[in-house]
Design a protein around this ligand. Structure first.
Ligand code: IPM
Ligand code: MG
Length: 354
């Protein structure tokens, strides 16, 4: 298991250090794990003048999986766009062909009271959001700022999806649904956007190969509402890049904290990049208060999807559950009567539970 470790910026290094503790335990138990570190995001810019340095790309291409912390920081906000940390993230996704982004939103029974939504709305929730990750308005050309004939300036981007892009992610969605409750809701804006009308047509066509899966379609505005009104109606949500970006942040709050949500970004061979859904949180960086559980759960996803070791994934998930049952909480999921601990202590607690 050759894993590239890219801690990145902000809280990235602290949370990744906790996930590495978990990997060290697994190695001690006999898994052949090799770790190699590289820079990405602002850390890449500082070290090599590029948010996705060539050395990082080379390492990522040569590895089976990538473990990433987070990118971004105030000090990089004024850099020209190609040098911004987010570009490192977008380039590694595109460069490795990681088109299928799995963002599970599940509510641990121990945390139902941590959600801002009523517990009867969220308890037992288990949704998988599948976000297309290498197409859409994120990567569409042309884009930029131009001057119109009348002299007015205009900012513009291009939304488009190729048929092959929609087909391959739809197949992944149906395959995931087959392993779950066989329900998939494809989210689009087909009442307004041609790209979405086309998306819907292709998804409907791919569905013919999966007669057991109940496919539905929903407009993204309605989906945003339904996610907070009655989220348990969903099993798998399949959607494009920008809608998935927005809906996955929304779904994270159903679970109590975005600090709990792992993610996997897979290519067509299940090589993957694993990262927490949350960002670099520069305001709390270096204070040892960040929640490392999303990153640790991302290692569980890595074991499940890239290394096909569902047993190891379950072991990590069980350890996280145990720590929550023990009443240990970082600040983001803290409630009265529980024990508030820091990032490193949370990592140690998971290691002990393992
Ligand atoms: C995410 C993030 C990224 C995205 C940003 C940091 C570029 O919000 O992973 O959801 O928009 O994809
Ligand atoms: Mg996002």
């Amino acid at each position: 298991m050759k894993i590239a470790v890219l801690p990145g910026d902000g809280i990235g290094p602290e949370i990744v250090a906790q996930a590495v503790k978990v990997l060290d335990v697994l190695r001690g138990d006999g898994l052949k794990i090799e770790l190699e570190y590289a820079h990405i995001g602002g850390a890449g810019y500082d070290a090599a003048g590029d948010p996705f340095p060539a050395a990082t790309e080379k390492l990522a291409l040569a590895s089976d999986a990538v473990l990433l912390g987070a990118v971004g920081g105030y000090q990089y906000d004024t850099l020209p766009r190609p040098m911004r940390p987010e570009q490192g993230l977008l380039r590694i996704r595109k460069g490795l062909g990681l088109f299928a982004n799995l963002r599970p939103a599940m509510v641990y029974p121990e945390l139902v009271n941590a959600s801002t939504l009523r517990s009867d709305i969220v308890s037992g929730l288990d949704i998988m959001i599948l976000r297309e990750l290498t197409g859409d308005i994120y990567f569409g050309q042309p884009r930029g700022v131009r001057v119109l004939d009348d002299g007015e300036r205009q900012g513009f981007d291009t939304m488009h999806y190729n048929e092959s892009e929609v087909r391959r992610v739809a197949h992944v969605g149906f395959q995931i649904a087959m392993k779950r409750n066989k329900k998939m809701c494809s989210v689009d804006k087909a009442n307004v956007l041609d790209t979405s009308m086309f998306w819907r047509e292709i998804v409907t066509d791919v569905a013919q190969a999966y007669p057991e899966v109940a496919l539905s379609h929903m407009y993204v505005d309605n989906a945003a509402m339904q996610l907070v009104r009655a989220p348990k109606q969903f099993d798998v949500i399949l959607t494009g890049n920008i809608f998935g970006d927005i809906l996955s942040d929304e779904a994270s709050m159903l679970t109590g904290s975005i600090g709990m949500l792992p993610s996997a970004s897979l290519d067509s061979n299940n090589k993957g990049l694993y990262e927490p859904c949350h960002g670099s949180a520069p305001d709390i960086a270096g204070k040892d208060i960040a929640n490392p559980l999303a990153t640790i759960l991302s290692v569980a996803m890595m074991m499940q999807y890239t290394f096909e070791r569902a047993d190891v994934a379950q072991r990590i998930e069980a350890a996280v559950r145990k720590v929550l049952q023990q009443g240990l909480r970082t600040g983001d999921i803290y409630e009265d009567g529980k024990q508030k601990i820091g990032c490193a202590a949370m990592g140690d607690a998971v290691v002990a539970a393992l």
